[in-house]
Design a protein around this ligand. Structure first.
Ligand SMILES: C[S@@+](CC[C@H](N)C(=O)[O-])C[C@H]1O[C@@H](n2cnc3c(N)ncnc32)[C@H](O)[C@@H]1O
Length: 173
């Protein structure tokens, strides 16, 4: 359940309130050049209390899509793939990319602590050399003739799956 919307509260106060509730996963977007998609992912990542949102490259996002949620989020910008990998450090890196997937999202036994979930751009996906650096590549099963889901939908499905395995009826399990 969402907290009472703190529309008048100071953003720093809200961030401080949310800090201990943050979840131990992060979202990384690879060179996502679609400003609406990035904004929508920020909005969704806020709702699932991601620890941070890592943006590779300097793409901007629409505040209409993020609904102002960036005020409450930790958004880390890194210039390129090597900087992304340095920032990830020894945390587990999972690439979310259907074409290279070795596991279905539904079949993974558990999400590791502090996992960084990497998504690709709407046009190009995740570059292969970066997929090769991931500890696991997961796919979201889809059934129509379209090749992939929109980035914001794909990230929402994965975050929802993370939450489904960690919360029950609004409580932590
Ligand atoms: C619109 S898709 C990119 C499609 C890209 N044109 C391609 O063909 O690879 C944007 C991102 O959403 C994620 N995504 C979309 N559908 C997915 C699926 N079924 N399984 C896993 N990831 C998916 C991936 O991270 C992907 O890089």
């Amino acid at each position: 359940m969402a907290l009472f919307p703190p529309l008048d509260a100071d953003a720093e106060e809200v961030r401080a309130t949310l800090a201990p509730l943050r979840n131990d996963f992060s979202i990384a977007l690879h060179a996502a050049e679609n400003a609406f998609a990035i904004g929508a992912v920020i909005r969704v990542a806020h709702s699932f209390l991601a620890r941070e949102i890592i943006l590779v490259g300097d793409a901007s996002y629409y505040e209409k899509a993020s609904m102002g949620m960036e005020k409450f989020e930790t958004i880390v910008r890194v210039p390129d793939d090597e900087a992304l990998l340095r920032h990830v450090g020894d945390r587990p890196l999972w690439a979310v990319e259907k074409d290279h997937a070795t596991a279905s999202l539904h079949a993974v036994p558990a999400f590791p602590k502090n996992v960084v979930l990497l998504f690709g751009s709407e046009r190009f996906g995740i570059p292969e050399h970066l997929v090769g650096r991931a500890d696991l590549v997961i796919g979201i099963p889809i059934y129509g003739v379209n090749h992939s889901l929109p980035l914001a939908i794909a990230s929402g499905i994965v975050m929802s799956e993370w939450a489904r395995r960690h919360y029950r009826d609004g409580t932590t399990i």
